[in-house]
Structures are given as C-alpha cells and as structure tokens.
Design a protein around this ligand. Structure first.
Ligand SMILES: Cc1cc2nc3c(=O)[nH]c(=O)nc-3n(C[C@H](O)[C@H](O)[C@H](O)COP(=O)(O)O)c2cc1C
Length: 306
C-alpha cells in the first residue's frame, strides 16, 4: 500500500479542483491510500475580500510570517511515500496559511526524507513564491521532485482586472459581460488530469528521479521571460514595502491602513502605467540577455535550489 498526503489551501476551490484532477488517477488505484488535508486558517481570510483586508495580507505573505491554522488531522509521525502540496500565490509569495504550515513542527516531522510535488494555481506570477517554497521544503528535510504550475493565460493587464473582480466579489464570471472569465481556464483545469500518469508511475515504482522531466514534457511549468523579469524585480520592492508597512503594526492594525493604501495605489500605477513599457524594454533587450534569460527560465522551471 502506497501512502500519499495531499495538503492544500484554496479559497475559491480552484486549486482544489486542479489537485483533484492531478490526483484523479491515484484516487482510482485502490492500492493507494490518500489523506487529503485542507489547511484552515483561524480566523479565516475573507472571501470575497474587502478592499483593505486584501492589501493587509501583503506584508506577512511576503515576509513569510506564520499566523494560526487549525490543527492538522494527519499523524505527523506517519511515513508517507509522497506529499503533494497545492497552493495559490499571494503577492508573489506563498499564502500565509501555507507558510504557517510549512514552518510548523508537524511539517518538519512529516516532510523529512519524503518526496514532495508542488501544484500551483496562480494568476501568472509564481516563480518567486516557488523559490520560497523550495527553501521551506528543504529546511524541513523534504525533497522536491516535481512541480505543476497552472496559470491564467490571458494578457497580463486583463488578468489583473479580472482577478481583482473575482477576489472582491467571489464571482468567477465575466466582469461586465465583456472581460474574459477570471482565473485558470476550465480547459487547463481539466487538462491537469494528464499529469496523473507520470505521478502514478513514479509513486508505484518509488523512483521519482525522472518525474519532473516527464511533467515538463507535458508543459507543467510554462513561463514567459518578461513576466518572470517583472516579478523577480517586483518581489524585491515588495520586501521594502512590507517592512515599511510592518513598522506601523501587524495584521489588522488600523495604524497601517495609510501605508497599505499607498502600496495599493503604487502597485496599480506600476501594473497599468509602468509594466507595459517595461515589457517593451524587456523584449527589445531580449537578444542581449538571451543566454542569461534562457538559463534563468530553465532554473525557475526546475526543482533544484540555487
Ligand atoms: C491576496 C492575493 C494575492 C494574490 N497575488 C497573486 C500574485 O502575486 N501572483 C499570482 O499569480 N496570483 C496571485 N493571486 C491569485 C492566486 O494565485 C489564485 O489564482 C487565486 O487566489 C485563486 O486561488 P484559490 O484556489 O485560493 O481560490 C493572488 C490572490 C490573492 C487572494
């Protein structure tokens, strides 16, 4: 009997649906015992979000400050053959409930010497968060053996508008009837079933060495260089903002509302006014940095830690 632990955090259920499809083939195999663990923050983060609560999640997401989650239901002393970790991205970082779990004693106990596959459901910027996750998995003694990252394929600015609409209303439908549907397309969510076969084979054989390569051949981690360039620069700036806001207090502190609003308007300005221009510059200078960019993308798609 192979034992699998699936740990997820999802607000809308989008990530859970993806993970359900990825693990569909494992679920059908009666020789595989799967424990599904949904992380539950206490108190829950709002969904739909209210304006300020949304921005208030930024500093602690970026600085990876743990909060509180409900005690996990699995036995951390138990040895699993595989752990699947599914998560969305919050402000280019792991969401607070996932950080809270990964920095817990239970995570340290259960992950030690265990293969881990990550499953991401993002808008389109996930590489910085995955770097944070890689480090936390390594600190817990786990071994990252695969990554599946799905994203919204719509144009960057369109997906910003639609995700804000979705997050603020909890409605995954077409804003004003003209914008595309927010989030990852139904086709891509259904298509995540294709990752089931290599995952199943690796689990049964106990050999995860070639799993990630097989996942990559199925387009498990697609990246565009201008988005990666923008997000890796932005993550550094987010760290500065997070420190600046945290000087006024912790989550929910009224004192920091002014700085959160400053961050909100800064970010919207950068996204809508600066990023199209920056993308143009990235494209024009692409040939000059071709080798470096290719090397970086290969690294970010991979499961190793620099
Ligand atoms: C507070 C917050 C910040 C987010 N920041 C990002 C981000 O930086 N990059 C990104 O690709 N998606 C971002 N998203 C979108 C999520 O990655 C995800 O696609 C969406 O929240 C749906 O996930 P769910 O399964 O939890 O419902 C953010 C969502 C929230 C709620």
């Amino acid at each position: 009997m192979k034992k699998v632990l699936v740990i997820t955090y999802s607000q809308s259920g989008q990530l859970d649906e993806i993970v359900n499809n990825v693990t569909g083939q494992l679920q059908e195999d009666t020789s595989v015992d799967i424990h599904f663990e949904k992380l539950i923050p206490e108190p829950a983060f709002p969904f739909p979000w209210t304006d300020i609560s949304f921005w208030d999640a930024m500093p602690e997401s970026v600085k990876m400050i743990p909060a509180k989650i409900r005690p996990v239901t699995f036995n951390p002393d138990e040895k699993y053959d595989l752990i699947i970790l599914g998560y969305p991205i919050w402000f280019l970082s792991p969401p607070i409930p996932l950080t809270t779990f990964l920095k817990s004693e239970e995570a340290r106990m259960v992950m030690k010497d265990t293969p881990v596959v990550t499953v991401i459901g993002a808008r389109n910027m996930w590489v910085s968060a995955q770097e944070d996750i890689k480090k936390m998995i390594a600190e817990n003694g786990g071994k990252l053996v695969g990554n599946i990252a799905l994203h919204d394929r719509h144009q960057n600015l369109l997906s910003v508008v639609t995700i804000i609409y979705w997050m603020m209303t909890a409605k995954k439908d077409r804003y004003l009837g003209i914008f595309p549907k927010p989030g990852i397309s139904d086709k891509d969510i259904q298509g995540a079933k294709r990752f089931g076969l290599p995952l199943h084979e690796a689990l049964l054989s106990g050999n995860f060495a070639s799993l990630h390569q097989k996942l990559l051949e199925l387009n498990a981690a697609e990246l565009s260089f201008d988005i990666v360039a923008a997000e890796t620069r932005a993550k550094k700036i987010f760290h500065v903002w997070a420190g600046f806001i945290r000087k006024k207090g912790g989550p929910g502190d009224k004192e920091r509302t002014g700085r959160l609003k400053m961050f909100k308007w800064y970010l919207l300005f950068v996204i809508f006014a600066v990023s199209p221009l920056a993308s143009l510059v990235f494209y024009i200078t692409y040939p000059l940095f071709f080798i470096k960019i290719r090397k970086n993308l290969r690294y970010y798609k991979g499961v190793t830690l620099r």
